[in-house]
Design a protein around this ligand. Sequence first.
Ligand code: ARG
Length: 463
Amino acid sequence: MSQQDASAKLWGGRFSEATAASVEDFSASVQYDARLYKHDIMGSKAHAKMLAKQGLISEEEYTSMVTGLDEIERDIASGRFEFKPELEDVHMNIEKALTDRIGAAGAKLHTARSRNDQVNLDFRMYLRDEVAELDRLLENGQRAFVRQGRKYLGTIMPGYTHMQRAQPVLLSHHLLAYFEMLKRDRERLQSCLKRINVLPLGSAALAGTGLPVDRDFVAQELGFPEVSANSMDTSGDRDFALELLFCLNLIQMHLSRLAEELVYWSSKEFDFVRIGDRYCTGSSIMPQKKNPDIPELIRGKSGRVTGALVSLLVTVKGLPLTYNRDLQEDKEPVFDALDTVKASLSITAELLDNTEFNVERLQAATYGGFMTATDLADYLVCKNVPFRQAHGIVGKVVAHCQERDIELIDLNLAELKQFSEHLEADVFDVLSVEGSVNSRVSTGGTALVRVTEALEQAEIYLG
Ligand code: ARG
């Protein structure tokens, strides 16, 4: 575009000087918002249809708009379309291309519309498609947890609190904990979708429009169950994007916690898992190394997803109503967070499928750490010893074992009886890790019966 020709801009009428090249560079967003092109065109077609229905444009004008927009969409998809940074964003690039192709009719497309409601519309339509994709990826992840849970059903491992051995649990119970987290992530996204799925178009710049538009018609065309209630709110609102970023943060945080476990579980010290060679990397200097880089990266990437949320929160927090150009800074963090979370979800499922649990090692790790101490206290409770008193007795038993470097299960009945007369021969049932696990039959507990049910429920849920 020539420097002299200020009116070459779609908004150039009131300007007598052309935009500085530095300003064009600084303000352009098309390099990243071009990914909204399909949604921009879909939105424009619905808007044009409404304009024709309302008599604001003719049927011929509508038809030529649709033909032009379809052509542009094909050109963009096949890489034949040249996006120009001096036209700022995806919206103006497409509108300008339309006018160049179909002439006067193209110039009517922006009737009763502002880029403020247009960009909001495109973003919402793009995000609702992304929510559907995220849901698919989350389900895929859940399936991987259930597959491993089914495969290792019956394997016992230490459960931890404070990273100290606490109580024995089933490995499948541990894996299904992540199934539940991803289930809530899916629910949260569906709830967020309700706020995304509101039609902003028709709010125009900020105050609505005096032209006889039919917002309900556009909503129906584009599959929006709702039309936004306040044009000023709509013009400046990015809650929906922030809420999605929060949902993305919880997903990535869940993946990051699993990643952390995979990292230390694969260390020599733990040796609980073997991650397949195809999912590990080596060291450029230490020939013996096999490193868990993939879970480390999943864990590491949670930082940038959190950064995206904080970045947009800070961008929006001081903005007066309504639209301010600051809001253009909404898209990059959201796109980056989406790309990161989708890639992490997909590789996590692959990683899980390519991880083998070391069943013997997990079982062996349940010996040591007095993990059935609570069971012993509960045993005394069943003999009517008040829990606090039982806690004290078992504490003494543990101290005694620790002194002699033995486990609870290594004590004989005579030794046990010195601590409480209530201890009988059947106490050995609760001192075994299997007995301990299988005693935890409370709803949501780790007993084999409960975990088997949970797996069945999960399989029914996944269909
Ligand atoms: N590219 C802009 C954005 O992402 C579109 C809206 C521009 N509106 C305006 N009044 N300058 O926010």
